[in-house]
Design a protein around this ligand. Structure first.
Ligand code: NAD
Length: 449
């Protein structure tokens, strides 16, 4: 469904358990050929896949605009991210080096062996990038992949699967299988031939997946939710921090696990910050995602709209100010700033996953750190200060995997991404991503006979 118009785009049939088993068996059968392929040839195929995606930038971006309501600017970035990730990991097959470790009586060497079939379960919020972050390193390391897109957003993943085949990928190396989480997703987690599951989505489902995976000791990488803090100290460039804050939470209509959905402002600049934030929020352009001027589109679904509304409509939430959103069909919600009455308020500690930000004051550095860490999550966050010592102290003290100083950036394909605490297990992207898709094998060769 197009979330901007509520019109049906296309009907995609959901696979059943038997089809999932067949896809996993095909992936397992394709494994030996894929891992035996010369590293340079596997690298070449990954680059050819990147080229195919690059050549279909506009088509893929348009599909995402229609299916997920992403703005055209965001959707083009997302296709570019898939290209970057494929190119980055295309360098990996030829660099998957082991070690030679000095030992007595022989030679000791290590290998990074692929795991086998990897199941990748993708959510609806960033269908293309999250597919890329799982499949590119998995494939580069010599695994084969069965990827399940979210029920609401299967279209770009299906197209990526076709483009891999057009790039020359052997059948069965990458299968995109649309289906229900409780059918295809669950079967990927419990199928004995699936050796690793990469999941991004809700903490509830992530916890279930980890428990189910434990039965076979299936490896997991989990990227779950977040409730990230944007901490603004009085010694910061408060103008810059306030100008950047809307983009850090309203991008993708707040449906971003890295959204800085809690703003913590030092008490003596709190009023000034709010005065600067208000015009920035009101100027945030919410509109048709096909329009290149739009900075934010609709929410993904009616259910998500209800959920988001529920947080703000709660009796004790004080609305500070809000922007505007179109009327008419579509799952629209305006950028909204609230001041919770206490830190126990759900809007302060639960993941809203919508364009809602909660703002509270803090007194000093220790208070800011304690408030930032008073959450089950630990994914990302920002620290705004001109004091380098404070920046380092606070970044070391905040329990989160991805922090930025005087910036709200979270994701680069060349740096690690993942969460502390309830935000997940494991890291994606960056130089160490292949560790999550390989087993280290140690081999000792006696030389003394
Ligand atoms: P979800 O966790 O239900 O779905 C994510 C993916 O998991 C989908 O592909 C789904 O089909 C699959 N899935 C669902 N149940 C499964 C199961 N039992 N076994 C295996 N796979 C299963 O997320 P949702 O319902 O789409 O969103 C609900 C909330 O989750 C959101 O409001 C948001 O708070 C959070 N969320 C977080 C992220 C993130 O990036 N961290 C992404 C999406 C949603």
């Amino acid at each position: 469904m197009n979330p901007s118009t509520e019109q049906r785009i296309r009907t995609v049939e959901l696979a059943d358990t038997e089809q999932t088993d067949a896809a996993v068996e095909r992936a397992a059968a394709a494994g030996p050929g894929w891992r035996a392929m010369a590293p340079a040839d596997r690298a070449r195929l990954l680059r050819a896949f990147a080229d195919q995606v690059d050549a279909h930038r506009d088509e893929l971006a348009r599909l995402e605009v229609h299916n997920a309501g992403h703005t055209i600017g965001n959707a083009l970035w997302e296709v570019g991210n898939v290209v970057d990730v494929l190119e980055y990991f295309a360098a990996a097959p030829e660099r998957l080096c082991g070690k030679q470790i000095p030992v007595a009586g022989g030679i000791d060497i290590t290998f990074h062996e692929p795991l086998g079939v990897v199941g990748i379960i993708v959510p609806w919020n960033f269908p293309m990038p999250i597919a890329g972050w799982g499949m590119a390193p998995a494939l580069a390391a010599g695994n084969t992949v069965v990827l399940k897109p979210a029920e609401l957003t299967p279209l770009t993943a299906l197209r990526l699967g076709e483009l891999a085949l057009e790039a020359g990928f052997p059948e069965g190396v990458l299968t995109v299988l649309p289906g229900a989480g409780t059918v295809v997703g669950r079967r990927l987690v419990t199928h004995p031939l699936v050796r690793k599951v990469c999941f991004t989505g809700s903490s509830r489902v992530g916890t279930e997946i980890m428990a189910a995976a434990a039965a076979d000791l299936t490896r997991v990488t989990l990227e779950l939710g977040g409730k990230s803090a944007n901490i603004v100290f009085a010694d910061a460039d408060v103008e810059r921090a306030a100008a950047a804050a809307p983009g850090a939470v309203f991008d993708n209509a707040g449906q971003d696990c890295c959204a800085r959905s809690r703003i913590l402002v030092q008490r003596n600049v709190f009023d000034r910050f709010m005065e600067l934030l208000e015009p920035a929020v009101k100027a945030f352009r919410v509109g048709q995602p096909t329009n290149t001027e739009s900075q934010m589109g609709p929410l993904i679904s009616a259910a998500q709209l209800d959920r988001v509304r529920g947080f703000v409509d709660a009796a004790d939430v004080e609305l500070a100010f809000r922007g505007t959103a179109p009327d008419g069909p579509g799952f629209w919600y305006p950028p909204t700033v609230v001041q919770p009455t206490s830190t126990t308020d759900p809007v302060w500690h639960e993941e809203v996953f919508g364009p809602v930000v909660a703002v509270l004051p803090f007194d000093d550095e220790a208070d800011a750190i304690a408030m930032a860490n008073d959450t089950a999550y630990g994914l990302s966050g920002s620290i705004w200060t001109e004091n380098i010592g404070r920046a380092l102290r606070v970044t070391r003290a905040v329990e989160a995997g991805n922090l930025a100083v005087n910036s709200n950036s979270s994701v680069r394909h060349s740096t690690p991404f993942g969460g502390f605490k309830g935000s997940g297990i494991g890291r994606e992207l960056g130089p160490d991503a292949l560790d999550a898709f390989t087993e280290v094998k140690n081999v000792f060769i006696a030389t003394d006979h």
